[in-house]
Design a protein around this ligand. Sequence first.
Ligand SMILES: [Ca+2]
Ligand SMILES: [Ca+2]
Length: 309
Amino acid sequence: MRLENLPAHHSQQKAGSMKSVFTLAALVALAACGGPSDAPELSEAWRLETGLASPESVVYDPVAEVFYISNISGPGQDKDGDGYISKVDADGGEFVEKWATGLDGPKGLAIVHRSLFAADIDAIVEIDIATATVADRHPVEGAERLNDLSAGPDGAVYATDTTLGAVYRLQDAAASLLVQSDDLRSANGVAVIADKIYVLAARADAETPRLERMLQTLTAEGVATPVQSAKPLSGWLDGVEPDGRGGYVVSEIGPGRLWRISPDGQAARVYKSKNSLNDMVVALDQNLVVIPMLSAGQVVALRMTWPGE
Ligand SMILES: [Ca+2]
Ligand SMILES: [Ca+2]
């Protein structure tokens, strides 16, 4: 059934001449169903424009009320030792450029207790938040291109591998393969929400997997299943986060767009940029979405305002 939706979406992305037709169709569709009126409005709160080097991911620390930003610095797969983590206050005030150093190409971030975990190519690096130093480096046997991380309620850290189309789990300082699947091709963003694991990945039939990721969830048996039953959002997707209202926020690298997927699967674009939008975080207690723009070397914070609030 999902196949029926894919060809139209491809045309939308590839054929510029069809754009106005699809825009019109979208407007008609919005008018017909009343539109995604429950989506939040976003307005810029603050922005970092210096001190970043290919920022890929942001995570929020609600204890310290700060954001950590992973900086790949150089090619993503190079073990060049120049990757680092920046820290910024929730209001965008105090910024510490090289808060933690000694990484290679850090990407996804997750926090468990007072440890910050960073996906670093083929290892998950554990940083002690109190001292901003690398406390441990957990090798992930077989991993080739670790991308995103998310912490589960049990303190386990889940990691995607984009090359392998796999999800690993780090628990009690040991990493193991949780699932590898043809339906998790080019896996990128991962989010553990309640007891479910969500992954942005392309299905087995994708022609260009990195451009055809969609939001999927893993069943208890490890089978990847699309979350959206009709007209799934498919694209060059990077990050996924819960929106705190039963829905999801999803970032698209190019064209730079931020999407909100409602609990019933309706996707609404809530922000766009000429820059790439990478693995963002939603800080619910701050009402902020904080988005790294890898290619621009910037981070932007957007304030979320929900309808009627
Ligand atoms: Ca690097
Ligand atoms: Ca990512």
